[in-house]
Design a protein around this ligand. Structure first.
Ligand SMILES: *Cc1c(COP(=O)(O)O)cnc(C)c1O
Length: 294
């Protein structure tokens, strides 16, 4: 399998799209790997090395039917020569989503769990053995954050403000922990009213005060979207050539438009938007919704 290629994570200038008053760039993490795209490889890397060091044989993790984390874990485990089991939310569907098909193709064993068992993060007894390493949903945890912090290795230029989309907040925490002095992080939560996120990020960053969360750009909630968001994503693609995903980056790039329009960022600041990948999830959309397929 192809390995990730961090050199493909170029910076792309999108200042014109955002009106030219700020210098705005996008870090194209969507390009580093066809499957383990975006932030997922970074969040997984230390879990994988930890599993290898401890001589574990199997990785177990959790996710939904369209989870970027599930398919990325399947690919990363396969590449490291580890077995992987994905515990999937909900009953087994008659037809697998493309995400689950891909994960199965990569050798991941899929175990379907009722929503209640899933919510309680119950690990089936057969997987609770010493050869197994459990990665929390979304890679949330210290190792995930430490891995996400290495995204900075790809950012050579100085930025005042770095914005990213947040699910579990692991990437935001990792970026905040390893940020250069004077760089501020803004996280756009893609869940509706997920105010516990503040504490979950704080649990990883401690007393650091270089980050902030915004909760008003979820467009209806996790994995939901409206017509305006689809129109925005198509417009953004046409103007910049950058495809975005429905769950995370479409909301991030759209939030940036509104924030810039309302003069949220001081004018002389240099902004970076992290394209954290996730394009495979767009396959859940009806055909021809977007002008691009991935
Ligand atoms: C998982 C994911 C995120 C969210 O990362 P967290 O560390 O869970 O906040 C953002 N963008 C994309 C594309 C993702 O797949």
């Amino acid at each position: 399998m192809e390995s990730i290629n961090p050199r493909l994570a170029v910076l792309q200038d999108v200042s014109d799209f955002y009106g030219g008053r700020h210098r705005v760039e996008v870090l194209r993490l969507d390009r580093v790997h066809p499957i383990i795209s975006g932030n997922k490889w970074f969040k997984l890397r230390y879990y994988i090395t930890d599993a290898l060091q401890k001589r574990k044989t199997t990785i177990v993790t959790f996710g939904g039917a369209w989870s970027n984390h599930i398919v990325a874990t399947a690919a990363a485990a396969a590449e490291a020569g580890l077995k992987a089991t994905g515990i999937i939310r909900g009953e087994e569907p008659r037809k697998y989503s493309l995400t689950l098909q891909k994960a199965a193709e990569l050798g991941m064993q899929l175990l379907f769990q009722s929503r209640t068992d899933y919510r309680n993060k119950t690990v089936p007894a057969i997987l609770q053995n010493e050869n197994t390493c459990i990665i929390p949903e979304g890679g949330y945890g210290e190792l995930g954050a430490a891995g996400a912090g290495t995204i900075w290795e790809l950012i050579e230029e100085p930025f005042d403000i770095v914005c990213c989309a947040c699910g579990t907040g692991t990437m935001l925490a990792g970026l905040a922990l390893s940020a250069p002095p004077h760089t501020h992080l803004t996280g756009v939560s893609v869940l509706k009213s997920n105010h516990s996120l503040q504490e979950e990020v704080t649990a990883l960053t401690g007393t650091l005060a270089n980050w902030k969360l915004l909760h008003d750009f979820h467009n209806g909630g996790y994995a939901r979207y409206n017509r305006e968001q689809i129109d925005f994503m198509n417009k953004f693609y046409t103007a910049t050539g950058i495809p975005s995903d429905i769950v995370y980056t479409g909301k991030l790039f759209m939030a940036a438009t509104q924030l810039i329009r309302h003069n949220y960022f001081p004018e002389d600041k240099r902004l970076l938007l992290i394209h954290s990948g996730g394009l495979q999830g767009n396959a859940s959309l009806p055909e021809n919704t977007l002008l691009y397929s991935q």
